[in-house]
Design a protein around this ligand. Structure first.
Ligand code: COA
Length: 333
C-alpha cells in the first residue's frame, strides 16, 4: 500500500518582533519571568497582515517547495481560530489568491492541534482516492484575540503560518501512522468567545455582568496550570500510543516536533516519556505559541536546516483548546 506523505513545506512569520522587554513596558512582567517560566524570548506580531495573508505566504512557499502548480491542488484546508471572516473561509481566500482553481477549500478549528487535525484529514482524503494533492495551512493572528492586560496569557502567544503540501508519497515524509483525540469535557480550560446571541427575542441571562461580558471583544481565557498538566500528559500519551501502534521504540525516533507552547511543558514531557530533550525540536524562544501554525513552522524549519536524513522518523504531536490532541509519525525518504 502506498503511503500519504509531505512533498513540500513552507512558513511565514510577520516581520515585527515583540520582545519580552517590550511587554514589560506596559505589563507587570519581566524578561526573566517569561524566559524562566516559558522559554519564550520574543514573538512576531502582525502589524498589517491578516490570517489569510499569512496563510497565503506560507502556502505559496509550500507549493513552490513541492514542485506542484496551484492548479494541481485539489483541496485546501486552513486550520485557524483567528479567521479574517466568519464567512468566507480563510481557505477560500487563499484559493483565490493562489489561483488554485481546481480546489475545494474549507477551514478547520482544532485550536493548537489544528495543523495535525488538518494533516490527518488530508491524509484520509488522499487515502480514499477522492483527492490527490492537498495544501494544509495552519495560520493565526492570535494577537487580535489576546487580552493584552492579562500577563498570564498574552505573553505566551504570537502570529505566524506554516503549510504543507500532501500527496501520495514520492520523496519526502511519509505518514506511517496518526492519531486524533478530543476531550470536550475540558472545553472550559482554554476559550476564546465568539459573538453573543443577538436577535429581537434574546432572553438569556439578563444580569449586568453577563451583559458586560457579552459586549467584550473575543479574548483568549485560560486556566494555565490545568492546561499545563493536560499538555504534559497528552504529549506523553500520544508518543507512547504512536510508538506502540507502529511497533517502534523511542530509539527509532530521530526527532519529535511538539506544539510549541512552553519549554517547561516539553521538558516535563521529555522526562515522562524518557526521551532525551535534544530530540525535541524547539523554536518557541523566537515565535512563542503560534497555535495552529506552530507545528507547520517547526517542521519547515527542521527541514530547511538540512538536519533530516533518509529514514529518519519524526513524531509531530500537538494539543490545544477543545481540548484536542493528536500526533503523526513520519518517515523521511
Ligand atoms: N509575569 C510575571 N508574573 C506572572 C506572569 C507574567 N507574565 N504571569 C503570571 N504571573 C504570576 C502570577 O500572577 C502568580 O503570581 P502570584 O503568585 O502572586 O499569584 C505567579 O506568577 C505564578 O503564577 P502561576 O500561574 O502559578 O505560574 P505558572 O508557573 O503556572 O506559569 C503559565 C503560568 C501560564 C506560564 C503556565 O501555567 C503555562 O504555561 N500553562 C500552559 C499554558 C499554555 O501552554 N497554553 C496554550 C496551550 S495550547
Amino acid at each position: 500500500m502506498s503511503h500519504v506523505g509531505i512533498i513540500g513545506t513552507g512558513s511565514y512569520l510577520p516581520e515585527h518582533i515583540m520582545t519580552n522587554d517590550d511587554l514589560s513596558n506596559f505589563l507587570d512582567t519581566s524578561d526573566e519571568w517569561i524566559r524562566t517560566r516559558t522559554g519564550i524570548r520574543e514573538r512576531r506580531i502582525s502589524t498589517d497582515m491578516t490570517t489569510s495573508d499569512l496563510a497565503y505566504e506560507a502556502g505559496v512557499r509550500a507549493l513552490e517547495n513541492s514542485g506542484l502548480k496551484s492548479e494541481d491542488i485539489d483541496l485546501i484546508i486552513c486550520a485557524t481560530i483567528t479567521p479574517d471572516y466568519f464567512m468566507p473561509s480563510c481557505a477560500c481566500i487563499v484559493q483565490d489568491r493562489l489561483g488554485a482553481i481546481n480546489a475545494a477549500a474549507f477551514d478547520l478549528v482544532a485550536a493548537c492541534t489544528g495543523m495535525i487535525y488538518g494533516m490527518v484529514t488530508a491524509e484520509q482524503f488522499i487515502k480514499s482516492g477522492m483527492y490527490e494533492n492537498v495544501l494544509v495551512i495552519g495560520s493565526e493572528t492570535l494577537s487580535k484575540v489576546l487580552d493584552w492586560e492579562d500577563r498570564s496569557s498574552c505573553v505566551l502567544f504570537g502570529d505566524g503560518a506554516g503549510a504543507v503540501v500532501m500527496s501520495k508519497s514520492r520523496d519526502g515524509g511519509k505518514i506511517l501512522t496518526s492519531k486524533l483525540e478530543s476531550d470536550g469535557s475540558k472545553y472550559n480550560l482554554l476559550t476564546c468567545s465568539a459573538i453573543p446571541l443577538q436577535n429581537p427575542y434574546v432572553n438569556i441571562d439578563n444580569s449586568k455582568e453577563a451583559k458586560i461580558e457579552m459586549l467584550r471583544q473575543p479574548k483568549i481565557k485560560m486556566f494555565g496550570q490545568e492546561v499545563f498538566k493536560y499538555a504534559v500528559r497528552t504529549i506523553t500519551d500520544n508518543i507512547n500510543y504512536i510508538l506502540n501502534k507502529a511497533k517502534l521504540t523511542k530509539e527509532d525516533i530521530t526527532y519529535i516536533i511538539p506544539h510549541q507552547a512552553n519549554q517547561r511543558i516539553i521538558e516535563q514531557a521529555s522526562k515522562s516519556c524518557k526521551i532525551p530533550i535534544d530530540k525535541f525540536f524547539m523554536n518557541l524562544d523566537r515565535y512563542g505559541n503560534t497555535s495552529a501554525a506552530s507545528v507547520g513552522i517547526a517542521l519547515d524549519e527542521l527541514l530547511s536546516s538540512g538536519q533530516l536524513k533518509r529514514k529518519d522518523r519524526i513524531i509531530l504531536v500537538g494539543f490545544g483548546g477543545g481540548m484536542t490532541s493528536g500526533s503523526i509519525l513520519l518517515e523521511w525518504s
